[in-house]
Design a protein around this ligand. Structure first.
Ligand code: V91
Length: 143
């Protein structure tokens, strides 16, 4: 049975996705390389609740993370982890409307930049990194 669609209508949902990162105080990570705590997020703008049309979000981390595929089924669509470096991760959006195909986004996790001597500048080490990009989910002839 095919879904009845509304011809000539286009719905656009602006989204923002990316990560924040903060330095972990060394004392909190004894004998560990985990220098940073980071959060990857997909969110609407102006407080729009993406849970109205997104059923689940799957964050695919680097394979060295335990359970690298992290599924989030309710807003906020985000995950928080600790780590030591930057890598590309994917973010798969699946929609409540079953006839809408999933959308996969890609984001390069960004941490604090290191100086040539391996240090992090005093000015930036106390500030969280913010690395976000804007995109739009476009639905044509919605059901
Ligand atoms: O950094 C990079 N790749 C990374 C992959 C994974 C990273 C990470 O932070 N972690 C894995 C996770 C672990 N938990 C337990 C044991 S491993 C903590 S970093 C590349 C290579 C250099 C430049 N960018």
């Amino acid at each position: 049975m095919s879904t009845k669609r509304t011809k000539g209508v286009t719905i656009v949902y602006p989204i923002v996705y990316g990560n924040t990162a903060s330095l972990l105080p060394q004392k909190k990570v004894p004998d560990s390389d985990h220098t940073h705590k980071w959060t990857v997020t997909v969110k609407g703008i102006n407080g729009q609740d993406l849970g109205h049309f997104i059923k689940k979000v799957t964050f695919k981390l680097h394979e060295t993370y335990s359970n690298p595929q992290r599924v989030v089924e309710h807003p906020p669509f985000e995950i928080t982890e600790t780590g030591w470096g930057e890598f590309e991760l994917s973010i798969k959006l699946q929609f409540i409307e079953g006839s809408e195909k999933p959308v996969t986004l890609y984001h390069n996790l960004r941490l604090h930049s290191y100086e040539d001597d391996g240090s992090i500048s005093t000015s930036s080490k106390n500030k969280p990194v913010q690395s976000f990009q804007y995109d739009e989910l476009v639905f044509t002839d919605p059901p």
